[in-house]
Design a protein. Structure first.
Length: 142
């Protein structure tokens, strides 16, 4: 069972640290290449890490739920967890990353493109992390 408030706080702490790492990378690119990293790189990296974080946390919870002879299975609570974590990611990018980014580095055509990239990369990272734990039937359904 997830405590969504606590889970969101943990993800936001994780994303804050990820963003701090990205800003340090930004400084290195500026120092050695005299060029800044565009917003799409920041969003891409943070989204992939948030998707992996979400998948790993889901695996922890599903493992705790499973009995000794039971397999790894996700349920509706896990699906809701994915939605909550995705929404927290979108809020973090919208409320923290974008306002902190120079407009010249924003290489998204419009907000819809940004959301589309967030959705696709988050889903891809989530599926990639969970793939080894899926049954053959689940893998073929994709």
């Amino acid at each position: 069972m997830y405590n969504y408030h606590e889970e969101k706080e943990n993800l936001l702490d994780f994303l804050t640290e990820e963003y701090t790492l990205f800003k340090r990378q930004q400084d290195l690119y500026g120092k050695y290449l005299e060029m800044a990293i565009p917003l799409s790189d920041c969003v891409g990296e943070m989204t992939r890490h948030a998707g992996s974080y979400t998948a790993i946390r889901m695996m922890q919870v599903a493992s705790e739920r499973a009995g000794v002879d039971e397999g790894f299975q996700l349920n509706d609570d896990d699906n809701q967890f994915v939605v909550e974590m995705h929404n927290s990611l979108v809020d973090f990018v919208s409320d923290t990353v974008i306002p902190d980014t120079d407009d010249a580095l924003n290489n998204f055509a419009d907000p819809d493109q940004l959301v589309s990239v967030l959705d696709d990369l988050f889903q891809n990272a989530l599926q990639t992390a969970l793939k080894p734990f899926q049954s053959d039937d689940e893998a073929q359904a994709e």
